[in-house]
Design a protein around this ligand. Structure first.
Ligand SMILES: [Zn+2]
Length: 281
């Protein structure tokens, strides 16, 4: 049982956490300003929801094992993305810092299992880990071009996977799946494939509106603005890192339309935009 701060259920609180900072070089191409070789700052935007039955964590960023053993992330990734790997930024440290017991994280929902999203899974070994079945299949049996993005050490502890399938009720014209059907929480998985085969957004009811965590569906906040814009280096990186270009581009376009038509009701965030995270912290 928890020895930490009691969970606030009314109104539900959503904490926006940066669970990993990356400082790749190339600020002008990646962020649209700064020196050609200057480092820029990317974050790992995660959400901690105080739910009626405990805490729900959306994505985990990097974990304590990554901080202790950065080599498990692979040399290519650490060389290009230059993660800071600070124990104080891990979800488990920040959850303790908020006064909660990490054991109260009953559910982790992952947008996908890329190494910069799943690194914290070993820090919550008793939580149920919700994701689309397609993503679990891809991560456990990666094809040759997927081998560098998934790190098997992140699930060597045997997570309590809960796989969900695409389909279900419609949400603003998107398919949706309810990962916690018996819960009072209104949380939906919104499948957004393309970056990975089983990539999903996560929509959270917040009063009259919704917060949609879009994961890595897009990297730059300007991609879902009208007219859209994205620094060329980030556009190239997104193309390099996608498994299905057509699906990814189509989903970015659908998200831009969603923001244009329903921006009053639905707020969009993505994983790696520091300016977007700065709106909340
Ligand atoms: Zn990512």
């Amino acid at each position: 049982m928890s020895g930490g701060r009691s969970v606030n259920t009314s109104p539900r609180a959503i904490h926006h956490l940066n669970c990993g900072t990356m400082c790749p070089r190339g600020a002008r191409m990646l962020a649209g300003e700064g020196g050609l070789l200057a480092p820029t700052r990317l974050v790992c935007h995660c959400l901690l929801i105080e739910g009626a039955e405990g805490l729900v964590l959306i994505d985990t960023g990097f974990g304590l094992d990554d901080v202790g053993r950065p080599r498990q992330l692979g040399r290519l990734f650490t060389t290009i993305c230059r993660p800071r790997l600070d124990a104080g930024e891990t979800a488990i440290s920040q959850i303790r810092g908020l006064g909660f017991d990490p054991a109260d994280v009953r559910h982790v929902i992952t947008t996908h299992l890329d190494l910069d999203h799943a690194g914290g899974l070993p820090d919550f070994p008793d939580a149920e880990v919700h994701l689309l079945g397609l993503e679990l299949e891809a991560a456990l049996h990666p094809r040759w071009h997927e081998r560098l993005r998934y790190v098997a050490a992140h699930w060597a502890h045997g997570p309590r996977w809960v796989e969900h399938e695409t389909g279900g009720e419609q949400w603003f014209g998107f398919d949706s799946v309810r990962p916690l059907p018996d819960s009072d929480e209104e949380i939906l998985l919104i499948p957004l494939p393309g970056h990975t085969v089983g990539h999903t957004g996560v929509a959270i009811r917040r009063g009259e509106g919704w917060l949609l965590h879009c994961g890595d569906s897009y990297f730059h906040h300007g991609e879902v603005q009208t007219p859209p814009h994205c620094p060329p280096g980030l556009r190239a990186f997104a193309a390099f890192d996608e498994v299905d270009a057509k699906a990814r581009r189509s989903n970015v376009e659908r998200l831009r339309e969603l923001a244009l038509r329903h921006g009053e009701e639905v707020e969009l965030v993505c994983s790696h935009s520091a300016p977007t995270l700065a709106r909340y912290v």
